[in-house]
Design a protein around this ligand. Structure first.
Ligand code: ADP
Ligand code: MG
Ligand code: MG
Length: 889
């Protein structure tokens, strides 16, 4: 195995081996761009080191060979006393990772060679400045000395010299500082700062390897779901100097605006500076455009280089560069991060420039970026006092009155107030309060904290870990930096997309992207928002290539119409339970209480016309498109009064000797229907089999509604879906009865109804016997919510709020299996059931309903498994369309 690659030996596709930074340094080198020579130690070497606790034998020799080659090329040796070659040692994993050691500059300087550097450069100040930087960075990152010790000494020096910034310190000052820094090293580590250049380099390389397993790096990888076994590469790069005076400097640049996607000159430049000075904010940078006035030649070359990079990478690049006495050097590039809005705009711009095709444009954007663009936002022009900020845990913009406990949140929201629930951190007891609140703000915890996980699950705006805000739940107040106090009832606004927290009400503006989907904004208009135009085009590409169809979960005409505007190609799940609520509850109660079949039939007859009217509306709004109606699914007790409330009522009446016969019967029924575990009890197809006439009434309502629509010259496409089937026998019985009813209605109306009859696959047994079940079903719809519950043995309502946070923190899963389908378990059942079903019946239609239908990663999986459609809530439809397109592109 080869452990070391010269920059000229690698390329951008070797990120696994050379890390992102190394691969791109190699790519730039081979493009002929001015990169200071150097070499990269592979991630393989790091892995071997981490596995064995020692660097592989061959590594030291290989490094020597490459170092010698570098020395020959540069005409000087590492740390050579009269003219030292200096290098930087830079970490660089496949994914850039905060929490890892980053970089040590100026390796090779020592008490002797600093004199050589001074003589060679003719600049003593520069030499001492470089040396003090080396000791500072080396001390901090390699020797593990607290960075503040150096920073304090530097501040002290500046203060005693009356220097505003480090540039105002002279050579003598810096020389003195070096002595102090060396003192710190001896005191803190018990040994002197290493003077031997090769030892400096080797120690730095080892420190980079070790930093892969640092606490923060591990935590970051867990959160971002980056595997722990990738290892990091190490880049050794000959130094170029931006701190050689006013004709030198260092900067960062983007080939276009990463916030908006606009083309132009974006970046910052700092004269007479080295390394991280630009981003560290120790001195004021100037906008990159000003470089043109400072050093036109370098500026022009930089512009040309950026163009070369964009054309080559065919994407937005970000860049780190240094100018040494008027000569430009490229120190890093990568395909740059960008906002959601910029991603869409850049993708379409690149298509227009002929750099990428439509399929590639689709790959450049994601469903979660589109989802971000669909949240309402705070009005960017409005000015408000920012109180602080935390982690953007769950997107959206929420405004409400501050409350500090769940009880108040619930009470106030019942009386119509909008509230923001503010807690230090949340726990399962806060669940009802979180539901009642517009948004949630916590001062503790990260992206996997209870508040963050639960809020994302509920689609509720959340900012967590706003540490600078001091939350005092006892005194019901929060204190912001600067002493601003927010009492209970004060209005606050939180932005779950940026993590910002504001005092008072910040006006909320609807998302232009939603306005577009709703048809209130047109992409074709001349003055159309650039973002809307880009989204329009990308959606068109997605719709053109996708194979999965996208349907909506919708129970009423209003949702159905919105879904249609958002591009739904039918309804994949119409729940019928809401049709049993409201004023119809009484009829349902009578149905449940019926002692005789006569009473029962009367109750059912009462329900029939209501159900039918609902379906007529629904078929009308989805005219020409399939509408899958699920027969009654939830346990019956959900339609009865709450057991405690009712018991109290009956007891009170009793004490007043005022018997209410109906309440008593209800209470009996509630007791009779009470189940320890309703999720696994009398529900779904079991209801249809146990309560005579219930399902046939629903089927009749559907069939009559369809007949009416046909008579009105409509085109209803009804599909009837039986929930919670575990065995084909259940389905056979229900199917036979249903066919009978449909035939009756056809006869009564003298027309033909083409109603499909199918089932949900949401129990493991159904999935395992899908081949048999398919004999009796025109379609399957995978109910992946219940399937996940039953395959894992998780009761969703309980586990998400109780132990999921712990599971996520321990890395047992990176994301809740209710959010993204568990491919290996639940997904494997879906795959085999789909295959078995199609083996029995090649024309079997396959779909999925449940939240996974709108989850990007899950959509890709359903595409791959070969389903015909996914069904999701109306607002997720654009996301599902886009991801279905991306999966096929
Ligand atoms: P990060 O991964 O944190 O960006 P880098 O390895 O890119 O760390 O180093 C940070 C900065 O140090 C670079 O942007 C550059 O300014 C400076 N730097 C690194 N190597 C060199 C070098 N060989 N010559 C001059 N400056 C360098
Ligand atoms: Mg960098
Ligand atoms: Mg279900």
């Amino acid at each position: 195995r080869k452990f070391v690659y010269d920059f000229s030996e690698g390329n951008k596709d070797l990120k696994d081996l050379l890390g992102g930074k190394g691969a791109n340094l190699a790519e730039m080198t081979n493009l002929g761009l001015p990169v200071p020579p150097g070499f990269t130690i592979t991630t393989e070497a790091c892995k071997a080191y981490l596995d064995d606790g020692a660097a592989p034998e061959a590594l030291r020799d290989e490094v020597s060979v490459h170092l010698e080659a570098l020395e020959r090329r540069m005409g000087k040796k590492l740390g050579q006393t009269d003219d030292p070659l200096l290098v930087s040692v830079r970490s660089g994993a496949k994914f850039s990772m905060p929490g890892m050691m980053d970089t040590v500059l100026n390796i090779g300087l020592s008490d002797e060679s600093v004199q050589g550097l001074a003589a060679q450069s003719g600049d003593e100040r520069f030499a001492w400045d470089s040396y003090r930087r080396l000791i500072q960075m080396f001390g901090d990152t390699v020797l593990g000395i607290k960075g503040e010790l150096f920073a304090e000494a530097l501040d002290e020096a500046k203060k005693s010299r009356g220097a505003a910034t480090d540039v105002d310190l002279c050579a003598a000052d810096l020389q003195e500082l070096v002595e102090q820094f060396k003192g710190i090293v001896s005191k803190e580590t018990g040994r002197d700062f290493p003077q031997e250049p090769r030892e400096q380099m080797d120690l730095a390389i080892r420190a980079v390897f070790d930093s892969w397993n640092g606490d923060r790096a591990r935590l970051y990888r867990r959160q971002e779901r980056i595997p722990h076994d990738l290892g990091t590469a190490v880049n050794v790069c000959s130094m170029v100097f931006g701190n050689l005076g006013p004709d030198s400097g260092t900067g960062v640049a983007f080939t276009r605006d990463p916030a908006s996607g606009q083309q132009g000159v974006y970046g910052d430049y700092l004269q007479n500076a080295q390394g991280e000075d630009v981003v560290a904010g120790i001195r004021n940078t100037v906008p990159l455009a000003d470089l043109e006035g400072l050093d036109k030649a370098s500026y022009d070359e930089l512009m040309r280089t950026m163009e070369t990079l964009e054309t080559h990478y065919k994407d937005l690049c970000d860049i780190e560069f240094t100018i040494e006495r008027g000569k430009l050097w490229m120190l890093q590039t990568r395909v740059g991060k960008r906002t959601a809005a910029a991603a869409f705009r850049i993708a379409t711009q690149l298509v227009d420039q002929g750099l990428i095709d439509e399929a590639e444009a689709l790959r450049r954007v994601t469903g979660s970026q589109l989802a971000q663009l669909m949240f309402p936002r705070f009005d960017g022009d409005a000015t408000s006092d920012q109180l602080g900020w935390g982690i953007a845990a769950s997107p959206g913009a929420a405004v409400g009155k501050a409350v500090f406990d769940s009880y108040t949140a619930i009470k106030w929201s019942r009386s119509g107030e909008k509230v923001i629930l503010i807690r230090r951190e949340t726990n399962p007891d806060d669940l009802d309060g979180m539901i009642a609140a517009e948004g949630i703000l916590t001062s503790r915890g990260g992206k996997t904290s209870h508040a963050a996980v639960v809020a994302r699950g509920m689609g509720k705006t959340c900012v967590c870990g706003a540490e600078e805000l001091e939350v005092d739940t006892k005194r019901r107040r929060m204190t912001a930096p600067g002493g601003v106090v927010i009492e209970e009832g004060d209005t606050v606004s939180i932005d779950g997309s940026s993590g910002k927290v504001y005092l008072g009400e910040v006006p909320v503006v609807p998302s232009p992207v939603v306005e577009y989907f709703e048809g209130r904004m047109h992409a074709g208009a001349d003055d159309a928002d650039e973002l809307v135009k880009a989204v329009h085009r990308i959606m068109a590409y997605a719709d053109r290539v996708r194979r999965l169809r996208v349907r909506a979960n919708a129970d009423n005409a209003e949702d159905a119409s919105r879904a249609r505007r958002f591009g739904a190609q039918g309804i994949g799940l119409c729940r019928t339970e809401h049709m049993f609520l409201g004023e119809r509850r009484e009829l349902v109660e009578r149905l449940i209480l019926a002692d005789t079949s006569e009473e029962r039939e009367t109750a059912l007859r009462g329900l029939l016309p209501h159900q039918k009217d609902d379906f007529v509306e629904l078929f009308e709004s989805m005219d020409g498109l399939p509408v899958t109606v699920r027969l009654l699914d939830p346990p019956l007790h959900e339609f009865l009064p709450d057991i405690t409330e009712l018991s109290v009522r009956v007891a009170l009446a009793e004490s007043r000797k005022d018997h209410n016969e109906n309440d008593l019967r209800l209470l009996q029924a509630v007791h009779r229907l009470h189940e320890q575990n309703p999720m696994l009890g009398l529900r779904g197809v079991r209801l249809g089999l146990v309560i005579p006439g219930l399902f046939t009434m629903q089927v009749r309502a559907i069939a009559e509604a369809a007949a009416e629509r046909i008579e009105a010259k409509g085109d209803p496409r009804a599909e009837i879906m039986i929930p919670l089937v575990g065995t084909v026998q259940e389905l056979e019985i229900v199917r036979e009865e249903a066919e009978q009813v449909i035939a009756d209605v056809e006869r009564e109306h003298g027309l033909e109804l083409k109603v499909a009859l199918g089932t949900m696959i949401e129990l493991p047994r159904a999935a395992l016997t899908a081949g048999q079940i398919a004999e009796c079903a025109d379609f399957f719809s995978f109910g992946t919510n219940d399937l996940t519950q039953t395959v894992w043995g998780f009761s969703r309502d309980d586990v998400e709020a109780s132990f999921f946070t712990a599971y996520l923190e321990k890395g047992i899963f990176g994301v809740s299996p209710f959010e993204t389908i568990d491919k290996d378990g639940v997904g494997a059942l879906v795959r085999s059931a789909a295959e078995a079903g199609r083996a029995t019946r090649p024309d079997l239609k396959l779909g999925v309903c449940g939240e996974h239908g709108g989850d990007p990663e899950s959509v890709h999986f359903f595409h791959e498994v070969g389903l015909d459609y996914v069904s999701c809530s109306p607002f997720r439809i654009p996301v599902a369309r886009l991801e279905a397109g991306r999966a096929a592109a």
